[in-house]
Design a protein around this ligand. Structure first.
Ligand code: ATP
Ligand code: MG
Length: 733
């Protein structure tokens, strides 16, 4: 018996120590699925069932992968060396590089990020096919192509039901052609080529099946069809596949995720041991009750009850505010109060929203008050111009065929290469069967061969770029990523370009330094690995441990994470559920799960915020509270629920209460609250009193606390549950 097994409950232990073979762990949020998966790896290694290089553990984000690897190091030390913990995408990228000899591209392929895809599609739609990009919108075309790829359609087999489909198929064909010419793969390609590799090369497949004979996958409900196929292909030989998931937390349907993969797994591995975890270690019972109510949990085959290991905790608060600004003010005030009075560090508080744009008012308020915060989202760092420029240079050094990168930086810093010169270069390169980047290399080596093809002016501008490119490309194997970056910054004069003596220039230069720090970490792994890291960065990866302050992030990005305090903002019709989803029942159900995921990130305090007005075209629009809050009548929540749903409140006979959040001084939001009747300062109840509650039945008061006008009681009910409630919700017997 390893002593770390004692850090698990009996069900968790059963999962961790299940005999090697297919295992399916299905359980609700906070029940320890990720912990169980991590300990399973430790157990396999410690028991000698697997050598580290025989294990592939798949996580949803790179951040989760890092954390899992760290945890395993802490459990086993050096015995984990050689272990692969990675996302599906990163695993596929590595495999494709290693096995490039079997594939129609070279090992130095570069991953096209969303931005590259968009730029390429815009070029095809506007320039090459001369289409109206209001009709053929880039994001729509991008997702149509992605969908086609994931359904296994090539441009030739792309389903054509309309003229529009014909055109999209044509765009798709060009898109693929451009990617191939530039030795680029998009995110979908990474997975698809890996599947093709394993399907079409039995020898390679067998080698990988033997190598990764223990396969473990976290967040299985958010795998898509291609990822599922990968699991099948890798796992079918040894059948030592361990997956964990929760159907109710599937929130990536729009990206092709399919929670039915959990059921497919049961069908494909009928001998799988199925284990349920029923204890929640993360949240208080009050928070779990609210989460369940939002989901309207019906008894289901795969769902058993989730019990909180922790007490009932403070009540969940529903708070109505005037608008987004009032929402932000409430958050700031409450956060400060909780930090001061309860000693909860800001680091363990989070503000979650449906769409990225909702962070703005919160950011502004926090800035105004000087409260530290960290904003999660790839945009923050990797979206910056200077970072994209330098990454483009690095990519070019590695792969001169990368047209998207070349187009981005050929005139950065400005060196008189305008659209006309660029077009001429492209054209002349194509005439010689070269990519524009290769043409530049050739031009630097034999400028005389290009004098007929290009104007003197163009040649003069292009030649130094070719020379730089050549110098970098030759040294790819020799320089570390950081050295290469230094070289690029020096050769291009990038420092002088960004440090323009303004504050913004300094900030840009700091970002360059930050990129360099990151590059230093890749000293041993080389440029390819570094570029991969940059390309596969997900929203969560921008959340760095050492930064301090409140975390601001979308609910999607909060997957798998936990915080002591959670503020969910903008809980109104149109935002959550989002407008786009209201008509489609499946999409609507996913929005509901999204709220469920958000709620279940909270450990102690949960605030559900509902603005009354939103800024709309030129004025303020009244908005309706989110329909998903309807089931949260008191006593499930405290605060403004009766005011949000007066009809329901009347039916249920729950009266309007003064907002429980009155305990946190919320200046700006006070404008939104109607004057509330003052309540007695002296406690009405005493410990030992017998009380009755409309939902929980009879109980005994254990403790009474009066705080800022609210009387809060702790009651033990007859079924043993202990709850904290507002005294108004119980009646003295
Ligand atoms: P999600 O569905 O949100 O991904 P999960 O099921 O993966 O949640 P974990 O993140 O593994 O849950 O665990 C939730 C929290 O509970 C973590 O802080 C974890 O350390 C803690 N935890 C899990 N199991 C135990 C246990 N047996 N003893 C103490 N703490 C535990
Ligand atoms: Mg988890």
């Amino acid at each position: 018996m390893h002593d770390w097994l004692l850090e698990l409950n009996a069900q968790q232990q059963a999962a961790v120590t299940a005999r090697p073979g297919p295992v399916l762990v299905m359980a609700g949020p906070g029940s320890g699925k990720t912990r169980v998966l991590t300990y399973r790896v430790a157990w396999l290694l410690a028991e000698g069932h697997a050598r580290p290089w025989n294990v592939l553990a798949v996580t949803f984000t790179n951040k989760a992968a890092r954390e899992m690897a760290e945890r395993l190091d802490a459990l086993l030390g050096t015995r984990t060396r050689g272990l692969t913990v990675s996302t599906f995408h990163a695993f596929c990228a590595r495999t494709l590089r290693r096995e490039a000899q079997f594939l129609p591209f070279t090992a130095s392929f570069v991953i096209a990020d969303e931005d590259d895809q968009r730029r390429l599609l815009r070029h095809i739609i506007r320039q090459e096919l001369q289409l109206d990009d209001k009709v053929y919108r880039v994001p729509a075309v991008r997702s149509a192509i992605s969908r086609a790829k994931n359904e296994g359609h090539t441009p030739e087999t792309f389903p054509r039901a309309s003229y529009r489909d014909e055109v999209v198929a044509k765009i798709y064909a060009r898109y693929q052609q451009h990617l191939a010419e530039a030795n680029l793969l998009d995110f979908d390609d990474l997975l698809l080529w890996a599947v093709r590799l394993f399907e079409e090369q039995p020898e390679v497949r067998a080698r990988y099946q033997d190598l990764f004979r223990h396969l473990l996958v976290d967040e299985f409900q958010d795998t898509n069809a291609i990822q599922y196929r990968l699991v099948q292909l890798l796992g079918q030989a040894h059948r030592q596949v361990f997956v964990v998931g929760d159907m109710d937390q599937s929130i990536y349907r729009w990206r092709g995720a399919d929670y039915r993969n959990l059921q497919r797994f049961e069908a494909d591995f009928p001998d799988a041991e199925v284990i349920y975890l029923e204890e929640n270690y993360r949240s208080t019972q009050n928070i779990l009750d609210v989460a369940m109510a939002v989901l309207h949990v019906q008894p289901r085959r795969h769902r058993k009850n989730l019990r909180a290991r922790r007490g009932s905790g403070p009540p969940v608060v529903v708070k109505q505010v005037f608008n987004e600004e009032a929402e932000a003010a409430f958050i700031a005030q409450t956060a400060v109060t909780l930090a001061r009075q309860r000693g909860i560090p800001l680091d363990s508080m989070a503000v979650m929203y449906r769409t990225n744009a909702q962070s703005r008012p919160v950011e502004e308020e926090l800035l105004r008050l000087g409260l530290p915060y960290r904003l999660v989202g790839a945009q923050r760092f990797y979206g910056r111009r200077e970072i994209k420029d330098l990454v483009a240079f690095l990519r070019l050094a590695f792969n001169p065929d990368d047209v998207a990168s070349l187009e981005r930086v050929i005139n950065v810093p400005p060196r008189s290469i305008g659209p006309r010169t660029w077009a001429a270069l492209r054209e002349q390169a194509a005439a010689r069967g070269l990519s524009p980047g290769r043409a530049l290399l050739d031009l630097a080596a034999h400028p005389e061969a290009w004098t007929a093809a290009l104007s003197r002016r163009a040649l003069k501008a292009l030649f130094p770029v070719g020379e730089m490119l050549q110098a970098w490309h030759w040294r790819v194997g020799e320089l570390s990523p950081a050295q290469m970056l230094d070289r690029i910054v020096a050769d291009t004069g990038y420092e002088a370009f960004v440090r323009d003596r303004t504050e913004e220039g300094e900030a840009r230069w700091e970002n360059v330094q930050e990129l360099r720090r990151l590059a230093v970490e890749y000293e041993d792994q080389g440029l390819a690995a570094f570029l991969e890291r940059v390309a596969l960065v997900s929203d969560q990866d921008t959340l760095q441990g050492q930064e301090q302050g409140l975390t601001l992030l979308t609910i999607h990005a909060a997957k798998g994470l936990e915080f002591r305090v959670v503020f969910l903002v903008g809980l109104v019709e149109g935002l959550l559920p989002h407008n786009r989803s209201i008509e489609d029942p499946d999409a609507l159900a996913e929005e509901q799960r999204l709220l469920y995921v958000g709620i279940t990130r909270a450990r102690d305090y949960l605030f559900l915020l509902v603005p009354q007005y939103r800024l709309a075209y030129g004025g303020l629009d009244i908005v309706e509270p989110s329909r998903f809050l309807e089931p949260l009548a008191p006593p499930l929540t405290e605060g403004d629920w009766p005011r949000l749903f007066p009809h329901l409140a009347r039916q249920l006979g729950v009266g309007e209460r003064r907002s429980a959040s009155g305990r946190a001084p919320a200046r700006a939001s006070r404008a939104a609250s109607r004057p509330a009747p003052r309540r007695p300062r002296r406690a009405r109840l005493r410990s030992g009193d017998r009380v009755i509650h409309p939902r929980w039945g009879e109980g005994v008061v254990l403790q009474v606390e009066v705080s800022a006008g609210d009387e809060i009681v702790e009651v033990r009910f007859e079924d043993g549950a202990v709850k904290m409630l507002l005294a108004d919700f119980v009646q003295k017997l």
